[in-house]
Write a protein that binds this ligand. Sequence first.
Ligand SMILES: Cc1cc2nc3c(=O)[nH]c(=O)nc-3n(C[C@H](O)[C@H](O)[C@H](O)COP(=O)(O)OP(=O)(O)OC[C@H]3O[C@@H](n4cnc5c(N)ncnc54)[C@H](O)[C@@H]3O)c2cc1C
Ligand SMILES: *[C@@H]1O[C@H](CO)[C@@H](O)[C@H](O)[C@H]1NC(C)=O
Ligand SMILES: *[C@@H]1O[C@H](CO)[C@@H](O)[C@H](O)[C@H]1NC(C)=O
Length: 509
Amino acid sequence: MMTRALSARTLLFMGLLLTGRRSLASAPELKEQPKRIAVVGAGIGGTAAAYFLRQEFGVEVKIDLFESGTVGGRLATEQIGGAEYETGGSIIHPLNLHMKHFLDRLGLSQRREVPSKMAIFDGEQLSFEESDWFIVNFLRMLWRYGFSFLRMQMWVEGVLDKFMRIYQYQQFGYSFSSVERLLHAMGGDSFLLLANQTLEEAMLGAGFSQNFLNDIVAPVTRVNYGQSVRINGFVGAVSLAGADSGLWAVDGGNKKVCSGLLYHSKAQLIPARVTAISTKHRPLRTGGMASLYEVSYVGEFGSAHALYDIVIVATPLHQGLSQIAFHGFTPSIPSHFPGRYHQTVSTLVHGILNTSFLGITEPPSQFLASDILTMEHRDSIIHSLSSIDPVHIPKGYSRPPASARKIWKVFSPQPLTEDQLSKIFLSWDAISEKRWLAYPSYNQPLRRTPPFILHERLYYLGAVEWAASAMEMSAISARNLALLAHHRWHEQDDRIDQEDLHTRLRSEL
Ligand SMILES: Cc1cc2nc3c(=O)[nH]c(=O)nc-3n(C[C@H](O)[C@H](O)[C@H](O)COP(=O)(O)OP(=O)(O)OC[C@H]3O[C@@H](n4cnc5c(N)ncnc54)[C@H](O)[C@@H]3O)c2cc1C
Ligand SMILES: *[C@@H]1O[C@H](CO)[C@@H](O)[C@H](O)[C@H]1NC(C)=O
Ligand SMILES: *[C@@H]1O[C@H](CO)[C@@H](O)[C@H](O)[C@H]1NC(C)=O
């Protein structure tokens, strides 16, 4: 919906990423490599971790990837009305460079683009409907909100510019031992402050009006995170970037990246549920003791356990998402960290929309908006309503108008009842509902995030989600933990938690 130009700095970093400068793999080996590494969870985070671990530790190390459900995790598709559709994570930002890199490496491509049109529903009617003409949209926004709209784009771009620094740091092999350190390295104190405020506080502080927040910003946080403008300012900025133009998805389904990374990493997939992780000590032949982690798991063929040098937990440690017991650690590690995950129900409906529900007066055959966001209002049962396209776009495809029977995706906090569905749709012939514990419930500013380091060589990838949850965030966390695990194993402290990297690397360029 918005048009933005890439800043010079961004382009510089992209160029840097393409040419590549670092090669830690060629650094002298200081210590024997680890023999076995376990990754728990095969979503985008776990599979990206396997990929980056292979890159850091070389071909010899054995990497096991445990998955109790299906590879892809929260990236998943459903078959309905004769085609396949995304039900979980669906859109990717044009500057999500890890996701782009995966696509290139795995020989996948972006799904063909189908132009989309946004509208906002205020509870009675559409308060805004995007036109085909940029200038019309611009004038409508200018009329209602003055320059707030442009200022918002600049505000988001300012955050994004700093965010992009992480790619340069990772390219040079730098890693961070906590989410706070990672945020600080990207955006300094301003990022910590942003994460420590609500989006509402941050934007009011930056001079945006409450009306603008209610009318424009809240609909975006509602569609992307099912929550209000009282989410933390960092995830809020990520959410607003998710309304930029140029968003994309993977041809054939986003989860293809996960299976591709798994294959490419030459990790072994163990289809089993990890039940416990314990510390174990083994006498060494050379004298002394080796400390290892024992991973206990239950699979189709019963329970078993295995020993590892390094373990990366790549599933959220939260109620309803995993149940892993940690034994023998001091201080103890909880199975569940504070905070809970927010429920978003994703309902795919093959049916005909009742356009009167949205207060639309034009004939349905002329109604072409694809993404209908909603303002917070009384009696609101849905967060958003979208006319969606299949994961693979056939040649000659164009999105049908609202008069046609087609696939709609509804996000709501609760499952929709038959009664509610019959208010929104005139008729339907197929429904597929998926209840996600989708992302953290960001109902307060970020005071403390869970740790990346649970124990000496035991790491927690999902900690990053408390800053913001997105595919790219999991990928950034995966790269960070592969580097961190490598540097801690080889005692390369000069690559961990370095201050002032931004200025230092600029003078190195
Ligand atoms: C409805 C919805 C919409 C979203 N929209 C977007 C979007 O448009 N863009 C975007 O970037 N992000 C989006 N997200 C967020 C994005 O999907 C997630 O941030 C990302 O997929 C998280 O990946 P992950 O690998 O860290 O976790 P997960 O995908 O949750 O992977 C964890 C895996 O661990 C497995 N597991 C759990 N416990 C165990 C155990 N004990 N043993 C073995 N395996 C275990 C699980 O089965 C799961 O496969 C959305 C999410 C949802 C739900
Ligand atoms: C957030 O603010 C609290 C005090 O209000 C402070 O203790 C905490 O360290 C801050 N967290 C971050 C991530 O800056
Ligand atoms: C369509 O929605 C309108 C407004 O909510 C409602 O009055 C009407 O009964 C609905 N039509 C059908 C056929 O359900």
